[in-house]
Design a binder for this molecule. Sequence first.
Ligand code: BTN
Length: 267
Amino acid sequence: MVDWPDCMAPPGRPGCRVVHLERVDSTNRHAARLAAAGAEHGTLVVADEQFAGRGRRGREWSSPPGRNLAFSLILRPALPDDRVPLLALVAGISLADTIGRRLPEVRVKWPNDVWCRGGKLAGILCEAGAPGPAGRAVIMGIGVNVNSRAEDFAPEIPAVSMARLAGRQFDLPLVLRHLVEGLDRDLEIFSAEGFGGRLLERFRHRCLLTGKRVAIEAGDRTGAGMVVGVDAGGRLLLDDDFGCRRFFAAGEASILSHGGCISAAGR
Ligand code: BTN
């Protein structure tokens, strides 16, 4: 079993209590069960292995045991409802900047995937927890490909790992600590000034899609065109082929090249 710490932050901060599990269905599901029973803000659930890890849009998230990070934070944010969806974008830029200290070419693929050199490095699944005795919770689930090898992923999955990109192995508990410290700082920035200031500037700096032609799927809305940026509300701005500016608050974008899709949207 990986040697996870029991605590990595003072009371009331992300990582103040660490629940480590050798094997679990999904850290998000486990965190939701703890949150419903009243677990405190900042509780972190980390597992060596997930056997039913979940991704966005109903996909699976698979990860070889003991090589990658799969963890979930229980947050009880004092935020107005309309700002809660932005937590996923905050997490995306936070992870990208922390990993970017080791791999400077890391990019954030709107809304919240972390990519590097044409492959997906990390994904985020934020879910609402069922209301319990301690009120509302948000479960922020994060999967990072840290030490996985090429053969750990099916060839059709555009995944990369930090180890493959850097040519060396990383210490999992140390990477977790750095990511959680970064999230703590960035969640504080978000609650103090919202997304439109420093976080947006950092997001724009690392935005993979700006200046690229994409196809976007957002429920029953679809679109294609040139990405011109992301606004203070976290929306993707797209100039479509008829010259109209379109705004997407959520969705999944695929980069197009010569009319074809060159990067699958997730995994
Ligand atoms: C995505 O990109 O589709 C999101 C992937 C999120 C995966 C993480 S791994 C830890 C947590 N537990 C889950 O079941 N999913 C998230």
